[in-house]
Write a protein that binds this ligand. Structure first.
Ligand code: NCD
Length: 313
């Protein structure tokens, strides 16, 4: 049984197998072979059941996982407000809840309020658990979607220059993607740009440098025009107010910044967006965040195919 709790659970061969498969699934859905998308994939997980157990709101993660399982022929049950609608409300522990539901299904996708809850959930769980985001911790499947979106444009992440703009302190998507990219040889540079209250912790910067074996992480206050000029990818995030209170991050990545980026670059955002990414940026050819969100379906189909047990006996 293989849980996916953080990006360290992913090795490079597996990552590229999943991305290749997601690319194929996307091609089927968008090309003349749409019937193959509906037919060839539709019985890969017949009779398999996925439970989604979400302790925090979600649009993309929960619905794209549920759509992915449905397109693969599997079944889905779950609760989207587990804090209110499960026995957690009656004082049950995370460990007990996941131990119980693991007896009802073949795979679980969970989203959690606190860092480390995914690990607790997995501790007594008898089927694979996929972490759909835990507190300020990790969001490994979003990192895979982000990487898939990046390699669509830049087939090799070597020498990639990426700028993270926004809540780099509390965004689990930033933590997972930065860790994942740091594991690639020769990734170029990672610039972390935030207002002072949302700046990435120093020990995280050190961890990134350690993972890559070189000094690649650099910290900036607010948006640095010179670096935006040189960024292949700008990854914008909203202020994660549910994780430690409201902070007006004062950063707006508007069309003026988008226009500074190289022509062949992309702007990503895990969504939802607030005022940090005005809709006027949607018209810029570098805006790739809705494609990124849609990539979630293909990537999660590939992942479920790989992780959902086919033979249990
Ligand atoms: C992200 C999350 O939940 O961490 N959303 C998502 O899954 N696409 C980002 C966010 O909520 O800001």
């Amino acid at each position: 049984m293989q849980h996916l709790l953080n990006v360290d659970d992913l090795d490079h061969d597996f990552i590229f197998e999943i991305i290749d498969r997601a690319r194929l699934i996307k091609r089927l859905r968008h090309g003349e072979e749409i019937n193959r998308f509906w037919s060839d994939l539709s019985n890969l997980l017949t009779n398999r059941l996925m439970i989604t157990m979400f302790f925090q709101p979600s649009t993309r993660t929960r619905l794209s996982f549920e759509a992915a399982m449905s397109y693969l022929g599997g079944k889905v049950i779950g609760t989207e407000n587990a804090e209110e609608f499960s026995s957690f409300k009656k004082g049950a522990s995370i460990e007990d809840e996941f131990r119980v539901i693991s007896g009802y299904c073949d795979i679980i996708v969970g989203r959690f309020k606190n860092d480390g809850d995914a690990l607790l959930a997995a501790s007594k769980c008898e089927v694979p658990i996929i972490n759909g985001g835990d507190g300020k911790g990790e969001h490994p499947t979003q990192a895979l979607i982000d990487l898939f979106s990046i390699v669509e444009k830049f087939p090799s992440p070597e020498q990639l220059h990426i700028s993270f703009v926004g809540d780099n302190r509390r965004s689990r998507t930033v933590h997972s993607l930065a860790r994942l990219l740091a594991g690639f040889k020769n990734v170029g540079r990672m610039n972390f740009m935030s207002c002072p209250d949302l700046t990435v912790p120093l020990d995280f910067m050190q961890e990134i440098d350690q993972r890559s074996g070189r000094q690649i992480a650099a910290l900036y206050a607010y948006v640095d025009d010179n670096l935006i000029h040189r960024s292949d990818v700008v990854y914008v995030t909203r202020s994660q107010d549910e994780h430690g209170g409201s902070v007006d991050n004062g950063l707006v990545f508007g069309p003026n910044y988008a226009a500074m980026m190289p022509e062949n670059s992309i702007i990503l955002h895990p969504l939802p967006r607030n005022s940090e990414l005005p809709i006027a940026v949607d018209n810029d050819p570098r805006a790739y965040y809705f494609d990124q969100a849609h990539n979630g379906l293909y990537l999660r189909m590939a992942l479920l195919e790989a992780l959902c047990p086919r033979n249990r006996f």
